[in-house]
Design a protein around this ligand. Structure first.
Ligand code: NAD
Length: 267
């Protein structure tokens, strides 16, 4: 019996925890994989969506995951993050964690030379993919008065050149640096801030990156695990970072990529 209780306690690491997931577009989204992993471990979830189209698209899934209405939040618009967070606070009360799984670039600029990036898309990509996480963190102490954990999503293109990733690579480099500064800012509130650097996975956002299937095949070949990463792999790692199992981990970029980032040359 004691062994069973220990097993349940170990597996249900999110039991009694409540959190917000930002960026679920459909069942192929990384945010969907994360939500499944969190729900399976006992978490209660609430969601935001960029607009009414996505709000309608995910409302049934959101109900399955937590029973709450999806809150609208276009992170590129002034005041929307704060408004959405106030609504969430009034609906479900204090949170224990937030998942930020949001990025955007004009897909016409995710092919070819990086130097063709326009100023407008540079600023928009930085705003949505990087700055929005800073703003989320600014309001985190209000939403998580008892401490908590935040996770955002990044990619290896921030560290090394990946064809066609272009402006998104710069946004991810800035996002990763912001994770370290935000972890330092929020440490005094008992709030941890980390990022997962996920291997390539076929999603709506990823389908906008030129020649993406070649990147998938390249990683499959060089990966020590001889496969691409799955939504479950990412969800499980995220559950660890949001749970008390990672209580001493903050300011980290955790690679969940089947080991691809560790490989220099592969024949
Ligand atoms: P996705 O298309 O399923 O999710 C992207 C989400 O961003 C969508 O829900 C979209 O509505 C949201 N979004 C875009 N602009 C927004 C705005 N203005 N306001 C609010 N939300 C907005 O794709 P995904 O691959 O699951 O992407 C999730 C995160 O994972 C992104 O940060 C992405 O860069 C990152 N990531 C993806 C991969 C991959 O290969 N798919 C790898 C590493 C990291």
């Amino acid at each position: 019996m004691l062994a069973f209780i220990r097993f349940v306690k170990f597996f249900m690491v999110m039991q009694g925890k409540k959190g917000l997931v930002m960026g679920m577009a459909n069942k192929f989204s990384i945010a969907f994989g994360i939500s499944e992993a969190l729900k399976n471990r006992g978490a209660e979830l609430i969601f935001t969506a960029q607009n009414e189209y996505f709000q309608n698209k995910i409302s049934d899934m959101a109900r399955d995951f937590g029973g709450h209405d999806v809150v609208l939040c276009d992170v590129s618009k002034d005041g929307e993050i704060e408004q959405a967070f106030d609504k969430i606070l009034n609906t479900v009360g204090a949170l224990d964690f937030i998942v930020h799984s949001i990025a955007f670039s004009d897909k016409n600029e995710l092919i070819g030379k990086y130097y063709n990036t326009t100023r407008a898309n540079f600023l928009n990509a930085m705003n949505i993919s990087c700055y929005s996480f800073t703003e989320v963190c600014k309001f985190a102490p209000k939403l998580m008065p008892n401490g908590g954990s935040l996770v955002t999503m990044t990619y290896y293109g921030s560290e090394k050149v990946v064809p066609n990733y272009n402006v998104m690579a710069l946004a991810k480099s800035a996002l990763e640096t912001s994770v370290r500064y935000l972890a330092d800012d929020l440490g005094e509130f008992g709030i941890r801030v980390n990022a997962i650097s996920a291997g390539p996975i076929k999603t709506l956002a990823a389908s906008g990156v030129g020649e993406f299937s070649k990147v998938l095949a390249y990683d499959r070949n060089r990966s020590p695990l001889k496969r691409n990463v799955t939504l479950e792999d990412i969800g499980n790692a995220c559950a660890f970072l949001l749970s008390d199992l990672s209580s001493g981990v903050t300011g980290e970029i955790v690679h969940v990529d089947c080991g691809c980032n560790t490989i220099g040359v592969k024949f």
